[in-house]
Design a protein around this ligand. Structure first.
Ligand code: AMP
Length: 304
């Protein structure tokens, strides 16, 4: 049984200081499954699209051994659309549009052969839908969950109901502050772990990521990049690399969680080098390992 990924499939319109793109492939499930596909396959996905979703996107996902049996296509429906604008400081993003479209009436149905998946990644969608997915799973053992300010503000009660059921929550720093109502990230992390998830990852954009468990705090560096083109999907690519590596190694020890955070950061670093999903469409495992090693060397130092 492979990894089950649930999340959005989107047509994104993105503006950065360098360029802009319309109706590009996006969505949390898209980035997560593509990033995870380099570590283990097939990745099973559950989501919904309209019949306006380009066939070429479907083919590209199929070519990555992504099993789309659980992807519902609504005849005459309009695919979820999201639009964002990045500032000169690429850590700052304005959401210009969130059109739920086919997501508004989406009732996720997990295909029979995916219900036994042991590893589940709940990509960023309505926490009500994330919970509906978990209700259909037979005996999931490792559940990773992502969310964002849109849901923290709009569906807080539903999110709080979900959190005790997940093993890992991945959010960014501003979302952590919003969820915990606490500006200090270390204090916020304590508060969020008290809400349920034993493992918490706080992403800090181009400043790396923090991993919190009962016993450890691990600070992962960010890759020093000269060419950041489009940060969209970096968080989801991180989640895909993280769960993909853990599934591949089947080892949830603290040291392996740290490695998984670095593999997550590695996938995020490839993602931001190109627009949309282009940066994670044509990688080889060797390239991924090579960048992983560069990450290791970044913050390795010796005692005198
Ligand atoms: P990230 O940059 O990792 O936060 O993810 C960006 C992706 O999330 C884009 O491709 C969007 O299509 C998708 N997205 C943005 N807002 C939402 C939302 N409210 N629900 C589900 N997916 C979303």
């Amino acid at each position: 049984m492979g990894i089950l990924v649930v999340g959005s499939f989107a047509l994104d319109s993105v503006q950065t200081p360098f360029d802009k793109i319309e109706d590009a492939l996006g969505g949390s499930a898209t980035y997560i499954s593509l990033a995870a596909s380099y570590f283990s396959g097939p990745i099973k996905v559950v989501g919904v699209i309209g019949d306006d979703f380009p066939k070429s996107y479907i083919e590209m996902l199929n070519n990555h051994n992504i099993d789309l049996e659980g992807l519902e296509i609504i005849p005459g429906g309009k695919t979820f659309r999201w639009s964002g604008k990045y500032h000169y400081d690429l850590n700052v993003r304005d959401t210009l549009l969130t059109e739920l479209n086919v997501f508004e009436k989406f009732d996720p149905k997990i295909p029979e052969n995916a219900r036994k998946s042991k590893f589940v990644c709940l990509g960023n969608i309505d926490p009500v839908l994330q919970s509906k997915v978990l209700e259909q799973m037979e005996n999931p053992q490792f559940i990773v969950c992502d969310t964002m300010n849109f849901w923290i503000e709009g569906k807080k009660a539903e999110l709080l109901e979900l959190l005790p059921k997940v093993n890992v929550l991945i959010i960014n720093d501003s979302e952590a502050r919003l969820l915990a109502k606490e500006p200090n990230l270390i204090k916020a992390a304590k508060k969020i772990r008290d809400l349920g998830p034993p493992i918490l990852i706080i992403k800090k954009g181009e400043h790396g990521a923090l991993l919190f468990t009962e016993d450890i705090i691990f600070s992962a560096p960010a890759f020093p990049m000269e060419n950041i083109f489009d940060p969209t999907g970096a968080g989801d690519s991180f989640a895909g690399g993280f769960i993909g590596y853990l599934f591949k190694t089947r080892d949830l020890s603290p040291d392996n969680l740290k490695r998984a955070v670095i593999y997550g950061s590695t996938m995020a670093s490839f993602c931001v080098e190109k627009f949309s999903t282009k940066g994670i469409e044509e990688l080889s495992y060797l390239q991924i390992q090579d960048r992983f090693r560069q990450f290791m060397n970044l913050s390795r130092f010796d005692e005198e």
